[in-house]
Design a protein around this ligand. Structure first.
Ligand SMILES: NC(=O)c1ccc[n+]([C@@H]2O[C@H](COP(=O)([O-])OP(=O)(O)OC[C@H]3O[C@@H](n4cnc5c(N)ncnc54)[C@H](OP(=O)(O)O)[C@@H]3O)[C@@H](O)[C@H]2O)c1
Length: 284
């Protein structure tokens, strides 16, 4: 039973137990003294449509949507903003005038993370080498081009998926196979991994970082472990690195603002809280 004054939101996924979103939003609810809740709910794919149609009855003002529902949710919700419509994926749902609306904040979260970590950085005119052409790659490519990136070499195991992104975003996207990564390294300003290949326990896609320019930046959107092998290798080579956890924090800002009415700030304190949940030995 929920308090009638409280504003309630949640994250839905299947499975959902791994989600750190309740920790992030819970931190902000407390920090800003807001009467609200943010929980996690396991929603099976076959129950996604009924979940959305009963959100108001459940007393929810909105929700975050994670794996595997991001694409299906974009099909079920009619009021998508331009960005969500372009990428066919949503991660943030909100009720407005009793109607469901949705957007995707992954691309913005990715870019804000880099801009916060590297205050002098601009995406304008940059050459990007991005590994992975899944759902998050699509959201990131959209935002990179919107922010003026010049070209994106897009490497994927299944090249047809990278070619699909070229059809959506145009000729600034160059689809390549994983074997061609090496040839593109010397020309790129920013190397991005968006594949799940570097997740805890799995091995990274091998990348010969010695071929990158000294001023290149390396980032990985995977944040378990906090430093993937790719990030550690880049750091050992003395390159500038940006870890993936910041993206998770920055993508959460817009949802919190939409549901709870306050634009929250991503702080070191929040980063440390979530980083310690992932790795209890984390030291800032
Ligand atoms: N930091 C954040 O806020 C944030 C946000 C979103 C996602 N993520 C993380 O990013 C990762 C990708 O998410 P997603 O939603 O984009 O997933 P997705 O749509 O399932 O895409 C997965 C991508 O990884 C590639 N891949 C998977 N295993 C591989 C392997 N063994 N070798 C080569 N390529 C492999 C896939 O290639 P194929 O197309 O060939 O299968 C595809 O490009 C996940 O680990 C997720 O947790 C982080």
């Amino acid at each position: 039973v929920t308090d009638s004054k409280a504003i309630n939101s949640c994250v839905i996924g299947w499975p959902i137990s791994h989600s750190r979103s309740p920790l992030i939003h819970g931190f902000w609810l407390q920090k800003y003294g807001i009467d609200g809740t943010y929980t996690k709910r396991a929603v099976e794919p076959e129950n996604l449509a009924s979940f959305f149609s009963s959100m108001k009855e459940k007393g929810l003002s909105g929700c975050n949507v994670t794996i595997p529902h991001k694409e299906q949710a974009a099909k079920l919700i009619t009021n998508l903003d331009d960005r969500a419509r372009r990428i066919g994926s949503v991660n943030t749902v909100y009720l407005q005038d009793s109607a469901l609306h949705a957007t995707s904040t992954d691309g913005e979260g990715f870019c804000r993370n880099i801009e916060t970590a590297l205050p002098d950085w601009s995406f304008q005119g940059k050459s990007i080498l991005m590994i992975g052409a899944g759902g998050s790659s699509r959201a990131i490519a959209d935002e990179l081009l919107r922010r003026g990136a010049n070209r994106i070499a897009l490497a994927n195991r299944t090249i047809a998926k990278a070619e699909q992104l070229r059809l959506v975003f145009g000729k600034q996207i160059e689809p390549i196979g994983l074997a061609e990564i090496g040839n593109h390294l010397p020309h790129c300003d920013l190397l991005v991994n968006t594949t799940s290949a570097g997740l805890a326990g799995a091995s990274d896609i091998p990348v010969d970082l010695s071929r990158l320019r000294e001023d290149a930046v390396v980032t990985d959107i995977v944040y378990t472990p906090l430093k993937t092998q790719l990030i550690t290798n880049a750091e050992n080579r003395g390159l500038r690195i940006v870890t993936g956890l910041g993206m998770l924090l920055h993508q959460a800002v817009r949802g919190f603002e939409l549901w709870f009415g306050v634009k929250p700030v991503v702080t070191e304190e929040l980063y440390t809280l979530i980083a310690r949940d992932i790795d209890p030995g984390y030291q800032p």
